[in-house]
Each structure stands twice: as structure tokens, then as C-alpha cells.
Design a binder for this molecule. Structure first.
Ligand SMILES: *Cc1c(COP(=O)(O)O)cnc(C)c1O
Length: 472
């Protein structure tokens, strides 16, 4: 029942983490007093002390670091400690923190006024950039978050098809849209049960949750409800349960099965869009293989660190949106001039050389981590698509959410804290991807290389200690 904000529910290991949190918070009062003090203040006025759950460190224990500045590949916390950042604000900071070109664009836009509530040139330019990069996106509508993008996309799909049902996959995160907070149903096709209090069963009853990478389950769902499924929504690469690549032909198969029944395929590229390559995952599979999703959702990179999301796709589908059509969708700050300036400057910085750099850096970090964990004897799997990767603390390939949840989260927590102590900021959850930026240089990679062997040994000790309790 812990659906996260930045990603999916923490798996087993939460109880261990709670105990560890108590011990760690004592130590943190000495080592990071400013963060500990801020966290205490935050908890008085904000639930859990955070504005998005994964930030609270619940699944790794300890005190969240309150960051006060970022520059290139580094973050600095309230205690003056510096970290090489492998989270990148969960994806947007693909050019690194405080990139000069992005800052210049933001300063220029801000000086001209923060928001007009009218159309403005920047939003046209950002839409043109997205459409130019992803030919299957004929039209795009800008919103302010990935959640808004997926919420609007499924409304549009239902409006276009006149059908009620949505298919989603267990372990895929599409933001905190009520109807998409259903991850239930392991192994078999089940109608989704709410994964969050406050979401009604009636809402998720119109969402069918299937195992990821299981095309037969999708075929069976369509066979059982012909003409009733509006859309299949999938992460272009599942990356909110750790990185789980689509099996060869899976995404194409989704398009084929959906189209055969007159349903739409919504490819959620909020994380992968413009990160995996110039045209995101679309450029890697669909464009090369000659098929296409009908709708796309974007976020993260297209805002460059400010709140921007987008959904777009086939012009005949997008034509149903207000004011042209009957599907309502709106936003006070949609297309905000400062946010679109940050997004456009970020996309313009992402040329072929930038993607080559992301590839080289992610490969280097991946190999270093793999080698360190192997040397320490920690069972693990490195999984990736392009420059996006994560490491599962388990000894089997991970193809779906059930497998992802069988990993050793206590091992990850120990690994995380040892890396943090050595100045590397990893995602505070075993279920998140690691993000590199174009600003990660040799010095940053060196810090990571030096931190890894000790962290891998810490992980080995934790895995040893919990062996038996996590095997199931
Ligand atoms: C982050 C994410 C979202 C939600 O975006 P927010 O901006 O956090 O609302 C949706 N889908 C995917 C695949 C994501 O990674």
C-alpha cells in the first residue's frame, strides 16, 4: 500500500528499514546536523517531512539530505557535504545542474515576465522541437507534470474510442493518477485493486493490470473484452521498478494487438523521452521497426528542471481536445514561458555528442559497479536500455514486477548508505533507475570508482546477514 511518488512501491524490506532508520537517525544527528534539523522542522509542517514520498529515505533508512545547491554533476547539502549525483532530479537534469545555457534561457525568460495566461512564443518553439524529434508526434499539448500528461492521455484515448477500459502493467508507474494507481494482480490478469487509500475500487475497476513483458496476457485481455479497451498504456522502458527492458517485440506487439481491436497504444516516455536518444525510446524501437504508438507522454527532460509535461501523437486523436473537440483539458500554468525556456534550452543541448557522452559515462559507471559487486560476491543483475540502467540485488534476470520485488532491498540499503558516506548520491530506493548527465566528467566518475568497492563490501555483509529472511 505504499505507492511512491517518484516510483513504485518499495518492496519487502521496509520493516528492516524502519529499524535501521532509528539507528541511522542517531548517527545522522552528528554527521549531518543541518539536514537532521531541517527534517525535524519539515516533519512538523509537512507529512513525512517531504513533498514526494521516496525522498524520505524510508526504504533505505536514515536522514534525507536537504540539498542547497547543484553544479554540473554535483549536489551540496545543508551541511556542506558534496555528492556526485546519480539521480539528476529523477531525470530532468540531463545536462547537469545549473547548466549555463539553461540558466541563461531561464534568466532571459524570467526577466520578461513569469506567466501571462496567454499563448507565448516559447511554447510554440518547444512543441516544434518535440514534433521535429518524434515524427509520430504530429501535435502536442503542454502540461505541467508527467502525471497530468498520462491523466490527459488516457482521458483522450477514452474520448476518442468511446471505450471505458485501460490496460496497464504491474510495476509501471505513470504518475499519481487515481486510475493508474493500480499495480495489483501478480502473474494473472486481474482487474486492478487500488494501490492507494482514497482511490475507489470503481475507479480502478476500469483498469486491467497485467504482468509486464507478457504479450499473451494482453492478447487474453483483449479476447475477454473485445471492443471495450480504449488503450494500453506502458512505460516505453519500464524504469520505475528498476530498469526492466521490454522483451524484443513486446512494444511492437502491444501496438499490433491494440490496433487489431481498434484500441490505442499510449507510450509513456516521461522518463525515457529525449534521454535514451534524440527521439527517446521511439527512436530506438518504433521508428526503426516501422510501427508507432498512437499517443506519447513526456515530462522530466522536456522541462530541464522546471515543471513541464506533454502528451501528443496522432493529429486525428489530438483533434478531439478542447477547444477543437469535446475532450476537456486545461492548465493555468501550461506552456509557462520560464518552464518552456528551460525545456527548450535543455533539448537544444542534447545533440549527438551529448548522447555519445551519456552513453560513455553510463557504460563506465555500469561496468565499475558491476565489477565491484562481482568482486565482493554480491548477487546482482545490471539491466539497461541505452544510457538508462539500474542494478537489481538478485541473481535472476528481472522481466517483471514480481521478479523485481524478489531482490534484496536490505543489501541495497547498505550499499546506498556506504556510497552516500563516500560522496555519491544514488536513488534512495532499490526500485529506481540511475541517471547520469553530460556534466559527469572523469573526476566525478573517479569519486564513484573509489566509493564502489567499500559499498559493495557493505552490501555483501548486509546480504549475508539477511540471507534466509529475504529468500522466498
Ligand atoms: C516520473 C514519471 C511519471 C510522473 O511524472 P511527474 O512529473 O512526477 O508527475 C509518469 N510516468 C513515468 C514513466 C515517470 O517516470
Amino acid at each position: 500500500m505504499t505507492m511512491p511518488a517518484e516510483g513504485p512501491a518499495a518492496g519487502p524490506g521496509d520493516a528492516t528499514a524502519t529499524g535501521r532508520a532509528a539507528a541511522a537517525s542517531l548517527a545522522d544527528a552528528v554527521t549531518v546536523p543541518a539536514s537532521a534539523e531541517l527534517f525535524a522542522r519539515a516533519r512538523r509542517v509537512t507529512p513525512g517531512g517531504v513533498n514526494s514520498p521516496v525522498r524520505a529515505f524510508r526504504s533505505v533508512g536514515g536522514t534525507p539530505r536537504f540539498m542547497v545547491s547543484g553544479s554540473g554533476p554535483r549536489l551540496t547539502d545543508a551541511d556542506g557535504r558534496s555528492y556526485v549525483d546519480l539521480v539528476g532530479s529523477w531525470g530532468p537534469m540531463i545536462l547537469g545542474h545549473a547548466h549555463p545555457d539553461v540558466l541563461a534561457a531561464v534568466h532571459a525568460a524570467a526577466s520578461a515576465g513569469l506567466s501571462f495566461g496567454t499563448p507565448s512564443p516559447g511554447e510554440v518553439a518547444l512543441a516544434e522541437e518535440i514534433v521535429a524529434r518524434v515524427p509520430a508526434v504530429e501535435q502536442v499539448r503542454l502540461v505541467s507534470s508527467g502525471t497530468e500528461a498520462t491523466m490527459s492521455a488516457i482521458r483522450l484515448a477514452r474520448g476518442f474510442t468511446g471505450r471505458p477500459l485501460i490496460v496497464k502493467f504491474a510495476g509501471c508507474y505513470h504518475g499519481h493518477v487515481d486510475s493508474l494507481l493500480a499495480a495489483a494482480g501478480s502473474g494473472v490478469a486481474t482487474f486492478g485493486l487500488p494501490d492507494s487509500a482514497g482511490v475507489t475500487a470503481a475507479t480502478t475497476a476500469e483498469v486491467l493490470v497485467l504482468p509486464y513483458n507478457d504479450l499473451d496476457a494482453v492478447r487474453a485481455a483483449f479476447a475477454a473484452a473485445p471492443g471495450r479497451i480504449a488503450a494500453v498504456i506502458t512505460e516505453a522502458v519500464a524504469a520505475n521498478m528498476g530498469v526492466v527492458p521490454p522483451a524484443p517485440g513486446f512494444n511492437a506487439g502491444l501496438a499490433e494487438v491494440a490496433h487489431a481491436d481498434g484500441a490505442l497504444l499510449v507510450s509513456d516516455e516521461v522518463m525515457t523521452g529525449f534521454r535514451l536518444g534524440p527521439a527517446g525510446m521511439y527512436g530506438i524501437d518504433a521508428a526503426r521497426e516501422g510501427w508507432s504508438p498512437d499517443l506519447f507522454t513526456f515530462g522530466k527532460v522536456i522541462g530541464g528542471g522546471l515543471p513541464v509535461g506533454a502528451f501528443g501523437g496522432r493529429a486525428d486523436v489530438m483533434a478531439l481536445l478542447a477547444p477543437d473537440g469535446p475532450v476537456y483539458q486545461a492548465g493555468t500554468l501550461s506552456g509557462n514561458p520560464v518552464a518552456t525556456a528551460a525545456g527548450l534550452a535543455t533539448l537544444r543541448g542534447l545533440d549527438d555528442a551529448a548522447y555519445a557522452r551519456l552513453d560513455a559515462t553510463s557504460t563506465a559507471v555500469r561496468i565499475l559497479a558491476d565489477d565491484a559487486l562481482t568482486a565482493a560476491g554480491v548477487p546482482h543483475r545490471v539491466q539497461r536500455v541505452s544510457n538508462l540502467f539500474s542494478i537489481f540485488f538478485c541473481d535472476e534476470p528481472v522481466q517483471d514486477y514480481d521478479a523485481a520485488r524478489r531482490q534484496d532491498t536490505a543489501g541495497y540499503a547498505a550499499f546506498f548508505h556506504a556510497m552516500l558516506d563516500a560522496g555519491v548520491y544514488l536513488p534512495p530506493s532499490a526500485f529506481e533507475a540511475w541517471f547520469v548527465s553530460t556534466a559527469h566528467d572523469d573526476k566525478a566518475v573517479d569519486v564513484i570508482a573509489k566509493a564502489l568497492p567499500g559499498a559493495a563490501r557493505a552490501a555483501a555483509r548486509a546480504v549475508e546477514a539477511t540471507a534466509g529472511t529475504h529468500r522466498r
